[in-house]
Design a binder for this molecule. Structure first.
Ligand SMILES: Cc1cc2nc3c(=O)[nH]c(=O)nc-3n(C[C@H](O)[C@H](O)[C@H](O)COP(=O)(O)OP(=O)(O)OC[C@H]3O[C@@H](n4cnc5c(N)ncnc54)[C@H](O)[C@@H]3O)c2cc1C
Length: 394
């Protein structure tokens, strides 16, 4: 069986590594001249850590990432703690793995290291995909084409593969995320231990966490009614950003003051789709299920997709269309549930000061960025089909 993967982001690389481990032939096609990631942080939750560990990153996350002691939500104006989730030994015991925060470039590099270089083809922009029934074809911008037994679109939120097989696309959510790194030395952090902090305020929220001894990752989510740029991200305006958080907690102001550059990302959302492909074409990661980043699970879902797709192909190598539909049937309910959690947070994180906000803060639900933590973190994608390892089901 020959698998052609479009896109060497977190999801495409995780799939390549999983296929390689399963002894399934693959090639991966990436439009960038070199595989790259953005300079920002990423949460890797226990459900993702479990898979990355099995895929060959055991021990590496400790090297490249940080383990925060807690996740805290705080009030926008004065930093009052609204909720706290300790990421302690009890948490680790409950979910079987720790919670990490990592620099995206470092994690991407680790996955890349596990992929056979001869199987990665850069500077290959997919422009079309055709399902021929007995195989599938990818055409590239340079006029070349390849065929394979199946094609996986892991080409992100603006997926060309998705356009080839489905009719619905992600829509702009009305929010942008400003992302940047602050030198720890430039913004002496008010909290002595590394922790993940969310400041919740009217229409906006801010997330910060250290990703190394030297850098603090900062994400500031702000409403912007229309996205007028062609690109998914553009250089951000620091003055505009700082102005948007006027009157916020001093720690937020200090962090924003420490930024020297910032990127502004349009945030997209999408209703769960009934299908992710056709006979020999399927989707994975953001291409399959664009997700607001308010549960920090997008890449974790892509890792899960990769493991489940590999298990389905391994279980039914003689029936590719059947394996792909089984993969989609297994993954759609779970990713739809996570999409729903992210949407719910889009409302609850951004409540104006009001009786609803008071109720949110006093109920302690501010602690629960994830309403259904056990289901999210306790899930073992490797056990999603019987041929894989045993564990918790969605
Ligand atoms: C502000 C923000 C914070 C986030 N924080 C987290 C977090 O903490 N934890 C988490 O799990 N997730 C987080 N996410 C989500 C996460 O970043 C995505 O879900 C994840 O990167 C998706 O991976 P992917 O491989 O599906 O797509 P991508 O990472 O977008 O990779 C797609 C790849 O395909 C390539 N490509 C695109 N088009 C073509 C083409 N036509 N031909 C060939 N190649 C192509 C691209 O160059 C790229 O390499 C966050 C997202 C945002 C916006």
């Amino acid at each position: 069986m020959r698998v052609a993967i479009v896109g060497a982001g977190m999801g495409g690389l995780a799939l390549a590594v999983a296929l390689q481990e399963a002894g399934i032939d693959y090639q991966i096609y990436e439009r960038a001249p070199r595989p790259t990631e953005i300079g920002a942080g990423i949460h890797v939750a226990p459900n993702g850590v479990r898979l990355l560990t099995r895929l060959g990153l055991a021990g590496r996350l400790d090297e490249i990432g940080a383990r925060p002691v807690a996740i805290e939500s705080r009030r926008w104006q004065d930093g009052t703690v609204l909720g706290r989730t300790p990421l302690d030994a009890e948490f680790e015991q409950r979910y079987g793995r720790p919670y990490y925060v990592v620099h995206r470039i470092a994690l991407h590099q680790e996955l890349l290291r596990l992929v056979q270089p001869s199987r990665l083809h850069c500077d290959r922009t997919c422009v079309a995909v055709t399902d021929h029934g007995d195989g599938a074809e990818i055409r590239f911008a340079d006029g070349t084409a390849v065929t394979a037994d199946l094609v996986v679109g892991a080409d992100g939120i603006r997926s060309v593969v998705r356009r080839a097989v489905l009719r619905d696309f992600p829509v702009y959510s009305g929010y942008v995320a400003f992302r940047g790194l602050v030198r720890a030395a430039d913004a002496p952090f008010v909290f002595p231990e590394p922790r993940l902090v969310l400041w919740l305020g009217p229409e906006r929220h801010v997330v910060s966490y250290p990703i190394s001894a030297d850098f603090i990752n900062l994400v500031a989510v702000t409403p912007v009614s229309r996205w007028t740029h062609d690109a998914w991200s553009v250089p951000g305006d620091l003055d505009r950003l700082r102005h948007a958080y006027h009157g916020w907690d001093d720690s937020v102001r200090t962090l924003l003051g420490g930024l020297t550059a910032v990127t502004e990302w349009a945030l997209y959302d999408q209703d769960p789709a009934d299908s992710w492909g056709t006979g020999r074409v399927t989707l994975l990661g953001d291409a399959a299920h664009a997700l607001l980043p308010f549960v920090a699970q997008g890449a974790n879902m892509a890792f899960e997709d990769a493991v489940v797709l590999t298990a389905c192909l391994r279980a039914a190598p003689e029936n590719v269309p059947g394996a792909l539909r089984r993969y989609e049937d297994l993954r759609r309910p779970r990713t739809a549930r996570i999409q729903g959690e992210a949407r719910a947070n889009a409302v609850s994180f951004h409540l104006p000061d009001s009786p609803d906000q008071v109720a949110r803060d006093s109920s302690g639900s501010g602690e629960n960025v994830w309403r259904d933590r056990d289901r999210i973190f306790g899930y073992d994608a490797g056990a999603a089909i019987p041929s894989a390892r045993s564990g918790t089901h969605a």
